[in-house]
Design a protein around this ligand. Sequence first.
Ligand SMILES: Nc1ncnc2c1ncn2[C@@H]1O[C@H](COP(=O)(O)OP(=O)(O)OP(=O)(O)O)[C@@H](O)[C@H]1O
Length: 268
Amino acid sequence: MAPRNATAPAVAGGAATGATTAAPVLRLSGVGWAVGGATILQGVSLDVHEGEFLAFIGPNGAGKTSLFNLISGLSPVTSGTVELDGTDVTAESVSTRARRGLGRTFQTSSLWPGMTVAEHIRLAAQAATGGSYRFWRRAGRYSEQVHRTLERTGLTHRADTPAGSLSHGEKRKLELAVLLVGEPRLMLLDEPMAGVSAEEVPALTELIRSLHRDEGRTVLMVEHHMDVLLGLADRLAVMHHGTLLALDTPQAVMADTTVQQAYLGEAL
Ligand SMILES: Nc1ncnc2c1ncn2[C@@H]1O[C@H](COP(=O)(O)OP(=O)(O)OP(=O)(O)O)[C@@H](O)[C@H]1O
């Protein structure tokens, strides 16, 4: 059975105005993934519209990260199709999808501990423009972009700090900074609050909110912190045993008895 509102545009926040007429930024049609004889994901269908913030929740092992892998092209779908802006990208590589405006972060840190914050951003800027990785040469060429990205992410005061010396929250900000250099229109954030201290959660939440609300980016986010999601998400997608159990406004999802049963008493 299809979850409720699987294709309804969200207009509860963000820049989703006019979303009903344009092709969805992302459309999943019957997406599934089987690997090693196990079916990890099955029949996932949903539309995400420009400027929407869609959050994925679900118990551990429900398939949230696996779905992000299929959307970003890291894993090949074994059934169904993935469309970006009305184009079927099911067979396209990660880099081709990135050129179409899709960017993602990962649950685990992907930073180089010995490289400074500014160097990470400069290298990302160089890679985004197809430059070589010999970034010690002509580094000044990217200084304006580095400066701007540091400001946007509140990391200016940490520009010369090696990534390994940053707090967890700052590391997450740097991962977002690296992602932002490519100016993705559709951002997939996989548990951005993982490992972040309670004191740092509000600032990181605010940064993500501004990327969505102020810059109009479409955001898909896996997150276990419901208090964070309730302030950000237009809709919640509930994953359970590799299927999409529900897709609706946060209020409707929280009140859904099927969802509550799926969590078997786990606090939502
Ligand atoms: N490459 C793989 N080969 C076999 N099984 C896999 C593979 N990748 C993931 N799985 C399995 O798929 C299921 C879904 O995993 P996934 O990481 O997508 O869940 P999740 O909802 O993101 O969980 P969590 O909230 O703990 O991060 C799990 O049972 C996992 O063990």
